[in-house]
Design a protein around this ligand. Structure first.
Ligand code: NAD
Ligand code: ZN
Ligand code: ZN
Length: 346
């Protein structure tokens, strides 16, 4: 089978031929129908040697949907031929967090050489993906694969981030989404579907603001020196109750701190390398709350899938054949991708 293997840090991989895995024990083999390309894949490819605990080589792809193709003799909880999306954060599998489906916050995370499918373990940018157990699978019914795959990270991470902010987002509140790409355009839709807040969007690209508009944002603006003021004006002059930062550079963190009202909450999702100084007194509003959400729980993935199947979520998916992965990666790198890029085995 073909697989997009990361073999050297800093080098964009091209598909190569590897052996198709055979499921043993509780393992499940999934025939991949689609695998989403995330900006995190770029962060992984570009990582300096030694900065991530992953051992090379491994197959990229942490956002995967497909059909169950083979079952190990001890596998249960899923049927042959069933269509599924993969819950990608894979922890130790035995701590209390993993047992509860919260592999994203595995208690043994620091001792593992991986963070999940395609992140130190072989992932789904391949014809097939081997999954350790059916507990990592969520049924998708007849949801198209290019819609389902992005739910497992772009959808799930956004959903989990919004879940932490939901108590603050009642009537007449404001949420700001910074960065309307793969994650951000689904965050806008999830905010609309599951909270009463108005949704304001910020990006550096006009086409991303058009996507924010199609996703249901009430207002969108380019990042400019006076953006904090423009956002405040749109929030009834009080400031935002919550900011979701899907970029995470110094500039976006400064904007987030500048636009939050007292008691406001920031969910920092993007790995842009910026930092924020916490000090008292300082520039952060009183009552400021910060979260650093990572991915999401298995149960939340089932909720995201249900939301999508109800018609409340639409992934703006740009499909590329797996054989064109290097071009797709280059496009995302240049800022030319819109919504989520999805690789389809060809
Ligand atoms: P993406 O490239 O699809 O989207 C990023 C968007 O941000 C683009 O629309 C881009 O134009 C916009 N942008 C760039 N610089 C900006 C700026 N200064 N101000 C406003 N907008 C700006 O990326 P993605 O796949 O949606 O991922 C977003 C970030 O989230 C990445 O850093 C990724 O690594 C991270 N991520 C984190 C988690 C997690 O669990 N915490 C999960 C997935 C992705
Ligand atoms: Zn990701
Ligand atoms: Zn664990």
């Amino acid at each position: 089978m073909r697989a997009l293997r990361l073999t050297a840090w800093g080098e964009t991989p091209a598909p190569t031929e590897v052996e198709r895995p055979v499921p043993h024990g509780t393992e499940v083999l999934v025939r991949v129908e689609a695998a989403g390309l995330c900006r995190s894949d770029l962060h992984v490819i570009d990582a300096a040697p030694g900065t991530l605990p992953y051992r090379l080589p491994f197959t990229l792809g942490h956002e995967v949907a497909g059909r169950v193709a083979a079952l190990g003799p001890g596998a249960d909880g899923v049927g042959l031929g069933e269509r599924v999306v993969v819950h990608g954060p894979w922890g130790c599998g035995s701590c209390a967090r993993c047992a509860a489906g919260h592999d994203n916050y595995c208690d043994r995370r620091d001792t593992l050489a991986w963070h999940g499918a395609g992140l130190g373990r072989d992932g789904g940018m391949a014809d097939y993906l081997l999954v350790a157990s059916a507990r990592h699978l969520v049924p998708i019914g007849d949801l198209p694969a290019d819609q389902a795959a992005p739910l497992s990270d772009a959808g799930l991470t956004s959903y989990h981030a919004v879940a932490g902010l939901r108590p603050a987002l009642g009537e007449d509140t404001t949420a700001v989404v910074i960065g309307v790409g793969g994650l951000g355009h689904l965050a806008v839709q999830i905010l609309r579907a599951t909270t009463a807040s108005r949704v304001l969007a910020v990006d550096v690209r006009e086409d991303a603001l058009a996507l924010a508009d199609r996703s249901g944002a009430d207002f969108g603006t380019l990042l400019r020196p006076d953006t904090a003021r423009a956002l405040r004006a749109r929030s009834g002059d009080v400031g935002a109750d919550a900011v979701l930062d899907f970029v995470g550079t110094a500039r976006t963190l400064e904007l987030a701190a500048g636009v939050l009202r007292p008691g406001g909450a920031l969910a920092l999702v993007g790995s842009g390398g910026g930092s924020l100084t916490v000090a008292k007194p300082g520039v952060l509003p009183p009552g400021f709350r910060l979260s650093l959400p990572f991915w999401g729980a298995r149960q939340e993935l089932a909720e995201v899938v249900a939301l999508a199947r109800s018609g409340a979520l639409h992934v703006e998916a740009e499909r590329f054949p797996l054989s064109a992965a290097p071009e797709a990666i280059d496009r995302l790198r240049r800022g030319a991708a819109r919504g989520r890029t999805v690789l389809v085995p060809d």
